[in-house]
Design a protein around this ligand. Structure first.
Ligand code: BGC
Length: 750
């Protein structure tokens, strides 16, 4: 294809090339008929097709085709399952082919810095590794069907307040270690053909004009060879955008973009090479679409609806179970709460899917003995006394009460952030009242993000369905009655209170400036390091069976940062029903000078086991699993030390643990000055050699003048004082002439 692109570029006029920098209309790129370059349609994403045939909009307001709504990202991530992502990617790819959509705008892979971000339901996790792996699986499967993915929103677009204009300010380490790795995986492992640059700025430069981001990092460092599109309306200075690495401005129809680029060409600010890069990327995209187009693809939406339901069941997280679940098939059960009849199954905004085939839990429970009471009005936070009374009555006469509750649309959405973690007051009151009337109360939660569950000690079980797509009610019933076994795990920590969140003091920022002062310590990286009590930890989720972990083995006890480590262990289903367990591998970081999280997720896998069955699982870790981003070398760096390899059922439930000694082969540059301490000599090879000589000399003089007579504590005190002594002070304290110290510094820094 490269030749064809080159040959087409050679035939194009400058105006034709520039024309490709802006779309034709709200959803399509431009065609150039003379050269048989087709137009390409794109649409939202990410958990279904929001294909608009009429008036386009980016808020999910105008009509779009009627189709299937799958679980949203926060639900999908709880599956911890790359197979789930692949099934979804494949289904969406097929549907895009059937609908002649060449690119799907997703997945959204921004980090969950704060649980208040109104759009968290559209993002995967607080963990960049997990988000990256899930995204890569989705992208590969979608693109396998010949449809481009478009990962968004690149980058650091982690809140809705001032989402179109804010400036996310953070250290280089924070950017590379926390906010970029999921995108890096989407590029390197997923091979995404497109990336959507975010509205916001990073460290003072808007993403659409950010050359560091769009060229140096994306293309030069990661080898991205696709095209960059603006988020809808994120374009700023069009010419600067091209220079920075931006290819396409959307929505289309804004000819001012092309005029500005043309003027910049005429003024010599943009070169032919800049324009050719941009136009070449767009031509390649169009030809790729042409070559992979399968117009005879059919879509079976009934099958897709069934898939949506089965994925939803894989995503649900059982948060509590005092043995009440699964429900007995012949129990008299009261379903209580508006969400039982009309669940919240997707979020609002650009991802909003038009579906008429929602299945509620009430619809799905027809074969069971179930009664219903509405309990509350979802769009209201005030208690409706009559509905409350009716619900309490229903609960009192049933064997079990199941309250369907959670966050209504008005509590979380694209476009605005949440104000608190609380659920609506009327729902909390209802749960308390129902639990008081019936000790056998279960709560089913719908919502895209963590909530406060203040009533939890009063109920026997809690099942979180997140926003599980159109068939979420069916999945909930299957799980409640044990037709399926819950296997989801939280991809985000549920804190005890909002003020515990590490971003709390700096969210949503001041006058558009958001200081990411917590650095790399977001999510469990913060809560675990602080040993803070949380409601539910990262990676947590229960099952109707139990799993025993054993036989952790590492294929070596020592390695360098050039080696790979193979880790194996066994997991056994020790209960009486089949189930799936998510095996999480965390690396516990070695002690080093740089502040690092206690442990970090570095691998995971989901294993299906029949009762009594045991399987061996294996993980491979490369140097990156031990690395942090070191600003001195502008790269990832592995400090030498002893690391822990932990297999856990959550970040707080480590079941197996082994140690590995890792030797880093990279030495960090270090500039010695008069204020560098004696201890800092240990940081470099030259310094260590000098240190050894100094220590040998000191030992000799101690032996001669008998200062060894200091007691054990005194000797340790003297050693520590010595380590903290600035090199320059060696002169002050008389032992070493200043010229000799200067000579040492010259040697060390040479
Ligand atoms: C959203 C994107 C979306 C685009 C098109 C924007 O407002 O941020 O995620 O893809 O609109 O609808």
């Amino acid at each position: 294809m490269a030749n064809e692109v080159r040959s087409i570029l050679a035939q194009m006029t400058l105006d034709e090339k520039i024309a490709l920098a802006c779309g034709r209309d709200f959803w399509r790129t431009k065609s150039i008929e003379r050269l048989s370059i087709p137009q390409v349609m794109m649409c939202d994403g990410p958990h279904g097709l929001r294909k608009q045939k009429g008036q386009g909009d980016h808020l999910g307001i105008n009509e779009s085709i009627e189709t299937v709504c799958y679980p949203s990202a926060s639900a999908l991530a709880a599956s911890f399952d790359v197979e789930v992502m692949a099934k979804l990617g494949e289904a969406l790819g097929t549907e895009c082919q059937a609908e002649d959509v060449g690119m799907l705008l997703g997945p959204g892979i921004n980090m969950k810095r704060s649980p208040l971000c109104g759009r968290n339901f559209e993002y995967f996790s607080e963990d960049p590794y997990l988000a990256g792996k899930l995204a890569a699986a989705y992208i590969r499967a979608l693109q396998e069907k010949g449809v481009s993915a478009c990962v968004k929103h690149f980058a650091a677009n982690n809140q809705e307040t001032l989402r179109m204009s804010g400036d996310s300010r953070m250290s280089e380490r924070t950017l590379f270690e926390t906010y970029l790795p999921a995108f890096e995986a989407a590029v390197k492992e997923g091979g995404t053909r497109s990336i959507m640059c975010a509205y916001n700025a990073i460290n003072g430069e808007f993403c659409a004009n950010n050359k560091t981001l769009l060229t140096e990092i994306l293309r030069e460092r990661w080898g991205f060879d696709g095209f960059v599109v603006t988020d809808w309306g994120a374009g700023k200075d069009a010419a600067k955008g091209v220079k920075a690495g931006l290819d396409l401005n959307m929505p289309g129809g804004n000819e001012g973009v092309c005029a500005a680029i043309k003027a910049a060409c005429e003024a010599g600010e943009l070169s032919e090479a800049d324009i050719d890069r941009m136009a070449g990327n767009m031509v390649r995209f169009a030809l790729d679409y042409r070559d992979k187009r399968r117009p005879d693809t059919a879509i079976d939406r009934e099958k897709c609806a069934a898939l949506s339901g089965s994925l939803a069941a894989e995503c649900a997280v059982l948060l509590k179970n005092d043995g009440l679940l699964p429900l007995k098939k012949d129990s008299r059960v009261a379903f209580i709460g508006e969400f039982a009849a009309s669940p919240r199954y997707q979020g609002s905004g650009s991802s909003h899917i038009n579906t008429k085939n929602m299945i509620s839990a009430l619809d799905a429970a027809k074969e069971y003995s179930v009664s219903y009471a509405q309990g509350y009005v979802a769009r209201d936070s005030k208690t409706d006394e009559a509905l409350l009374r009716e619900a309490v009555e229903a609960a009192g006469t049933a064997d079990v009460a199941v309250v369907f509750a959670g966050l209504p649309d008005s509590f979380e959405s694209e476009g605005f952030d949440r104000e608190s973690l609380a659920m609506p007051a009327n729902q909390n009151e209802l749960i308390e009242a129902v639990a008081a009337a019936n000790p056998n109360t279960v709560v089913v939660l719908h919502g895209g993000a963590p909530m406060l569950t203040e009533w939890i000690s009063k109920v026997k079980a809690v099942l979180c369905m997140y926003l599980g797509g159109q068939s979420v009610g069916k999945a909930a019933v299957e799980l409640l009655y044990g037709e399926k076994n819950p296997s989801g795990k939280l991809a985000e920590t549920w804190p005890k209170k909002l003020s515990d969140n590490p971003a709390y003091l700096n969210f949503p920022g001041t006058e558009g400036v958001v200081d990411y002062a917590e650095g790399v310590f977001i999510g469990y990286r913060y809560y675990d390091k602080k040993e803070m009590d949380v409601s539910f930890p990262f990676g947590y989720g229960l099952s109707y069976t139990n799993f025993a972990y054993s036989d952790l083995r590492l294929d070596r006890s020592e390695m360098t940062d050039q080696d790979a480590l193979t880790v194996t262990c066994k997991v056994k289903n020790t209960g009486s029903v089949a189930g799936k367990e998510v095996m999480q591998l965390y690396v516990r970081n070695a002690a080093c000078d740089t502040a690092r999280p206690l442990r970090e997720l570095r691998s995971f896998t989901k294993v299906e086991l029949r009762p009594g069955e045991e399987k061996e699982v294996s993980f491979t870790l490369s140097a990156r699993a031990f690395a942090y981003y070191e600003e001195k070398i502008h790269d990832f760096f592995v400090p030498s030390g002893v690391y822990g390899v932990e297999i856990g059922a959550s970040s707080r439930d480590i079941r197996l643990d082994a140690e590995i000694s890792v030797n880093g082969t990279v030495e960090l540059p270090y500039v010695y000055t008069l204020t560098s301490t004696v201890g800092s000599l240990l940081k470099t090879a030259k310094g260590r050699a000098l240190f050894e000589r100094m220590m040998a000399g000191m030992q000799q003089s101690k032996e001669m003048d008998g200062t060894d007579a200091l007691g054990e504590g005194g000797a340790e005190m003297a050693r520590r004082m010595m380590m903290e002594m600035p090199l320059g002070s060696l002169a002050t304290f008389g032992s070493v002439p200043m010229e000799q110290i200067q000579g040492m510094l010259a040697m060390l820094n040479s």
